[in-house]
Structure formats: structure tokens, C-alpha cells
Design a protein around this ligand. Structure first.
Ligand SMILES: [Zn+2]
Length: 397
């Protein structure tokens, strides 16, 4: 066990209490102001070199001033509470027992934030590889539009890390990729006619039905990536609408909403062209349009910043310097190799690594299955493991 792992053990209670404090502050997506203020305060208290809040509302804290940048990221927004009757404790209790901290966001992913803060405290006291500036980002609106906070930091604020670590829940395994995703709106046209004489019209409803079945076929035809690390992409028709001039008419407009998961090698252009091709085969013509809609909600600071609903796939090879440094850092803390795997869900790394090709890994406390579920909780031991890992990684890279 190295000094970082020892220190992290000593700070077990600090990590648990930090998590409890920020779980108690409600922070649904786009409404994170209070929790951001609290986190900024904690970062000031532990002596970070710079603490600020960006225009979107994320907290950006820096330790050290080396030439290279290593960023640790936790999104601090949460989904809403869901069915209140399914919770056995008050959803924002922040209760602590011997094993867990309880409440919405405990695993997804304020636990990562608490472990990052604990690591920063350790690094402040023990020092770290001075070649690096360490950025600790506590980001907003991830649950609604993963990666937008980092698209903003990279493209608008020119904060371009050399390496990044997402602290989303990974059960303390080291992750090196996940599938991307995108949303599409398909529009299909028909010709309306009086309901009493359907033969004079062309029904957009029947075309839409055939188009939907074509998406079922496309889903079955999608293939996994070459090494089957990320697995196959998928496509789902998540909503359909048809309408026309009256309910006593042949409808002339149809809309299909599609959720597409993208494996390695698949991107937006490919996915859109597949949809067009399969629909053309099914209805004899290309749909009127296939577009990615925009995410257009503004956050708590009211700053207008938008992006299309496209979240590119990312992956880093197992022999990459960052993955190997992660393995080494873990080994020096715990005397064994970490499990190296991938996430099922999507994270801010769609932007950092998927869009901007910045080598990234994932390592976080708590379990992916706790995310968005009632009675969410996070193991305190995981906070200790992650605080040790983050501070050790900063000295291993
Ligand atoms: Zn999350």
C-alpha cells in the first residue's frame, strides 16, 4: 500500500461526509447552482490554487501549474427522484452508516465528486508530479446532454487536457470506452384525401409503419465491432406520430423518433445513411428528412449554448500510456491489477474523447446499476479506493 492509499484510508470519514453534504443539496439537471456553490466553497477550503465557475455553471478547480493537464471530471447534476413510494429513506437524506452513503446522486455521481475532492486534499498535502496541472471539474447538465459541459470547456474556454478521467460509477474497475449514441427525427410524407376515399391518397401512417419495421430489420442487421469490445450498436423507434388535415382523412405526415447506440467505427453520417437506405427499401422512396435534433435547454446561469443530440463513441486501446498508467497506479495502491472493462451507459467522455480525441479513462465509486434507481447509495470503501487511485495516478502519469 502506497502513501496515497494510506492517506485515503485516513480520510474515509471526510470522504463520506463530503458525499453526504453534497447529496443533501438537490441538483437536478440545469438547477445545480446551490451544489456548485457548496463544492466551490469546499475546494477553496482545501486550498486549491484556482476555483471558478464557468459560464455554463460548472465548477473548475485547479491544483498545480505544470505544463500538461490532467482532468478529473464528475458531473454533479442528478436525475429526478422518480416514484417517491419506491424509496425507503428520504431520497436526499445523505444518511451515512458503516457501509454506505444514501441518496439520489450518491453513485451517479456525487460519489466521484467526493472522491475527487478527497484526492485533491491528499495531493495538496503530499504533493504530486509537478509536470501536471490537475483540473477537477464538477460539471452540469450531464444527465440531459452528456458531454456538452466539456464541449464548452474545450471549444469555448480552450481548456484542453492531455488526459482525462471520468469518475462516473465503475465499481472501481478501470474503463476504457463505451458506445456512443445519437437521436434522429425521421419525417415521412404522404398525400391526404377524404377518409371516405382512401384510394385517392397515400397514407403516411402505413409508410411510417413499414419504416418502423425497417428499423427493426436494421437493428437485427447491425454488427459488433471487430474485437467485440463495445459490442453491437442498436436502433430503437422510441416514438411515432402521424397526422393529417382531420381525423376523417388519410394522414399526410409522419414522424419517427429514433434512439441509436453506436459501436466503434459507427458515426452520425453512417447511421443517417443506413436509416435512409432501409426506409427507401421499405417504402420505395427516401424519407423527407432524417436529422439530429438540437439540445436547446439553458442552464442555471442562463448562458445560451447548444449542441445536436450526437454523442460519439470513444475507446482507448488497452496498451495506451494512460490505461497502463492507470493499471500501475492501481497496483501501487492495492498490490493487484484492476479489472479493465467498459461502461454500458454514456458519460461526458463522448465529448472529451469521442469528439475531441483526448485520451481518457473511467474509474469511479459505486455501481452503474444504482444510477437512476430508487434507494440509490454508494459504498464508502469505494470512495477510499477512488481517492487513493486518483492521487496515485496524478503521480504515475
Ligand atoms: Zn452519470
Amino acid at each position: 500500500m502506497n502513501i496515497f492509499a494510506q492517506k485515503a484510508k485516513e480520510y474515509r470519514q471526510f470522504a463520506a461526509e463530503t458525499l453526504s453534504t453534497i447529496v443533501k443539496i438537490q441538483s437536478f439537471s440545469g438547477r445545480e447552482k446551490d451544489v456548485c456553490q457548496k463544492i466551490a466553497e469546499i475546494c477553496e477550503e482545501i486550498g486549491m490554487d484556482e476555483v471558478r465557475i464557468d459560464k455554463l455553471g460548472s465548477v473548475v478547480a485547479r491544483l498545480g501549474s505544470g505544463k500538461k493537464i490532467l482532468a478529473f471530471d464528475a458531473h454533479i447534476d442528478t436525475v429526478e427522484l422518480g416514484d417517491l413510494s419506491a424509496w425507503t429513506r428520504e431520497p436526499l437524506s445523505g444518511d451515512i452508516d458503516d457501509t454506505y452513503v444514501y441518496g439520489r446522486g450518491a453513485s451517479d455521481q456525487k460519489g466521484g465528486a467526493a472522491a475527487m475532492i478527497t484526492a485533491a486534499k491528499i495531493l495538496k498535502e503530499e504533493g504530486f508530479n509537478q509536470d501536471y496541472s490537475l483540473y477537477f471539474t464538477f460539471t452540469v447538465m450531464e444527465e440531459d446532454c452528456d458531454g456538452m459541459c466539456w464541449k464548452y470547456l474545450i471549444e469555448e474556454e480552450k481548456l484542453v487536457p492531455h488526459f482525462a478521467v471520468s469518475t462516473e460509477p465503475s465499481s472501481c474497475e478501470l474503463y476504457r470506452g463505451h458506445r456512443g449514441r445519437m437521436e434522429m427525427v425521421v419525417k415521412i410524407k404522404g398525400v391526404s384525401s377524404h377518409g371516405s376515399a382512401p384510394e385517392r391518397g397515400v397514407s403516411a401512417a402505413y409508410k411510417a409503419a413499414r419504416a418502423a419495421l425497417a428499423m427493426e430489420k436494421l437493428n437485427a442487421d447491425l454488427q459488433p465491432d471487430e474485437d467485440n469490445f463495445l459490442g453491437k450498436g442498436t436502433i430503437v423507434v422510441s416514438e411515432m406520430k402521424v397526422n393529417g388535415p382531420s381525423q376523417c382523412a388519410v394522414p399526410d405526415q409522419a414522424m419517427l423518433y429514433l434512439d441509436r447506440r453506436l459501436t466503434w467505427g459507427e458515426d452520425a453520417n453512417l447511421a443517417i445513411s443506413q436509416v435512409k437506405e432501409y426506409i427507401k427499401e421499405a417504402i420505395g422512396e427516401e424519407p423527407e428528412s432524417v436529422v439530429m435534433p438540437d439540445y436547446d435547454k439553458t442552464g442555471y446561469r442562463g448562458y445560451e449554448y447548444f449542441q445536436e443530440l450526437y454523442f460519439p463513441t470513444w475507446k482507448v486501446e488497452e496498451d495506451h500510456h494512460l490505461v497502463q498508467s492507470g493499471v500501475k497506479a492501481y497496483e501501487s495502491c492495492f498490490g493487484k491489477k484492476p479489472v479493465v472493462d467498459k461502461w454500458t451507459f454514456s458519460t461526458n467522455l463522448v465529448s472529451v474523447c469521442g469528439r475531441h480525441k483526448i485520451p481518457s479513462i473511467g474509474f469511479g465509486p459505486g455501481d452503474e446499476c444504482e444510477a437512476h434507481a430508487p434507494n440509490e447509495k454508494c459504498r464508502i470503501d469505494d470512495l477510499v479506493v477512488c481517492a487513493a487511485f486518483y492521487s496515485s495516478l496524478a503521480n504515475t502519469l
